[in-house]
Design a binder for this molecule. Structure first.
Ligand SMILES: Nc1ncnc2c1ncn2[C@@H]1O[C@H](COP(=O)(O)OP(=O)(O)OP(=O)(O)O)[C@@H](O)[C@H]1O
Length: 284
């Protein structure tokens, strides 16, 4: 499936109600959503990525972020990191505006290029703890403890002493997951973390990420091009296309009618007898 996401139209699509972030009229405090968007608009220049989108992601959930090439998945993640400005509406993370450098948000950027630097896994994590300082990182006991914890959480201890330029794609991904876990984040933003795996390992990696996030108590937003490895792993899908967004369960969102509505053009969803899902948006 591949298409441009031009021609955005105003949308307000919610599969789950926006969770109230404040005390209700009865004085009962509702849980704060991990992410809430109200009439959110973001984009680059003339390019509209989201136009007046509203949805709320419950804390603790695992959300698969899907959509065609160029729909705006990375842009949305970067808005949550405070790197892409909000043009209109409201974007909140646990009730607060996104800010750059927030340690409670872990990020695994999209990366398909092999790393060619002569660092060990531990050095790689250490440099992201003190990336603001010039020169080799000097770690105190607290830094070392945090690195050990993150390596343990991502099941990557044995990679700590290995040179990262000699790791397989999957090993490097595990290390990058540990890196994203460094600040004990409440929100984990993963941009195509499954891209370097073959189809069988993709599913294993998705399950591992879910387990790691559960142990860490983190909410996950995980972008992907292929929905299959995330089936049965994610709690909900956030689908972005043509400036519009829809959040809900797989059964609510990945249907011909829901996606045709989102794209504003015919989209067909096929399910194979073995449960694989195919989205055909060629005509959209
Ligand atoms: N810095 C930028 N300046 C201008 N346009 C940009 C910039 N970054 C992204 N875009 C455009 O914004 C749109 C959304 O890009 P984005 O990378 O968020 O999409 P995506 O859904 O992550 O794509 P893919 O699945 O191909 O990785 C694209 O049309 C892209 O060309």
């Amino acid at each position: 499936m591949s298409m441009n996401a031009d021609g955005a139209a105003e949308t307000l699509t919610m599969a789950r109600p926006v969770v109230a972030d404040d005390a209700s009229s009865e004085g009962v405090r509702e849980p704060v959503s991990a992410v809430s968007c109200r009439a959110l608009s973001i984009g680059h220049g003339e390019r509209v990525v989201l136009q007046s989108a509203s949805f709320a992601i419950p804390a603790g959930s695992f959300v698969g972020l899907l959509g065609p090439n160029g729909a705006g998945k990375t842009t949305f993640l970067r808005a949550l990191l405070g790197l892409t400005p909000v043009r209109g509406g409201e974007l909140r993370i646990f009730g607060a505006r996104p800010v750059c450098g927030d340690r409670s948000v872990g990020y695994m950027p999209q990366s398909r290029t092999p790393i060619r630097v002569r660092l060990t896994g531990r050095d790689m994590l250490a440099s992201s703890l003190h990336g603001e300082r010039w020169g080799p990182p000097r770690l105190n006991a607290e830094d070392a403890r945090r690195i050990d914890e993150a390596l343990h959480a991502a099941d990557a201890q044995e990679l700590a002493a290995r040179r990262i330029d000699a790791l397989s794609g999957g090993e490097l991904q595990r290390l990058r997951l540990a890196q994203a876990l460094l600040g004990a984040p409440r929100l984990l933003l993963l941009d195509e973390p499954l891209a370097s795996f073959d189809p069988v390992r993709m599913r294993e990696a998705a399950l591992q990420i879910r387990d790691v996030a559960r142990r860490a108590g983190a909410t996950v937003i995980c972008s992907a091009h292929d929905i299959d490895p995330l089936l049965g792993v994610m709690d909900s899908v956030l689908y972005i296309a043509r400036g519009r967004a829809r959040l809900g369960s797989v059964d609510e969102v990945i249907t011909s009618s829901a996606l045709s509505d989102l794209y504003g053009a015919p989209v067909e969803v096929y399910r194979s007898p073995r449960g694989r899902v195919f989205v055909s948006a060629d005509a959209a």
